[in-house]
Design a protein around this ligand. Sequence first.
Ligand code: PAF
Length: 282
Amino acid sequence: MEIVKTIKALNEKLFSARNSGKSIGLVPTMGALHAGHASLIRRSVSENDITVVSDFVNPTQFNDQNDLLRYPRTFEADCQLVEAIGADYIFYPSVEEMYPEADTRTFSYPPIDTVMEGPRRPGHFNGVCQIVSKLFYAVNPDRAYFGEKDFQQIAVIKAMVADLKIPVTICPCPIVREADGLALSSRNALLSADERNLAVNISKILFASKEFAHAHTVDETLAFVVDSINAHEGLEVEYYEIVDGDSLQKVSSWNDSESIVGCITVYCGQLPVRLIDNIRYK
Ligand code: PAF
């Protein structure tokens, strides 16, 4: 496994692989790698000749500067994990390398990016599209792997790839959870032990809501999830939406779509830490 810090060096390394017809997988990350990332990297290694893991905390997708400052950074441990799984390169550029000048491009994919995270994190998806498009141009991967925990992010990236006609296959990968159900997230590292125990109620209640949904309406299920989570002191739901899995627009009946997903954001604990999760109803 090699550490590569510039786009030029990355291009040089990938040039012969690409010319000899080898397939390239990209796993974009912001570092602080955990078992969720490991599953994406493992899948890329098994499906491609070459795997590149990018490790870059992208400033343009943070609308809250405190969030950016306290984002966990664990590069040494990240390298060990990437090496152990057998990926070929970890791309670890500086901010100046990725943004030699301000990126003034704007990306807008309504209605996918105008719901849920969109209005609550202004500029977030624009920043995600800026960096992911730069990574796609730098690596030119055949496949790129993203975790379904960020359900809306995958929909936005698919829209961008279709819009810019980038020849890459987007591979969504299932959420990886702790044994008790908590969705793995780099942000979990910011939780105290007590907050960590509190946070597990989010997934527990989402799982329970699948059962609840069998005998209740969409509105009743929404209320069940929000009320049950808010009943725990230290947890506060920012939003819970039950949406069509493709358009991300709210459904009002379980018959509205063949693909229905509940997406949640919850503030947990003292800081507080903003946690997201989702559950598929059908
Ligand atoms: O999901 C993430 O970690 C980031 O949003 C991504 C896709 C690596 C872009 O910075």
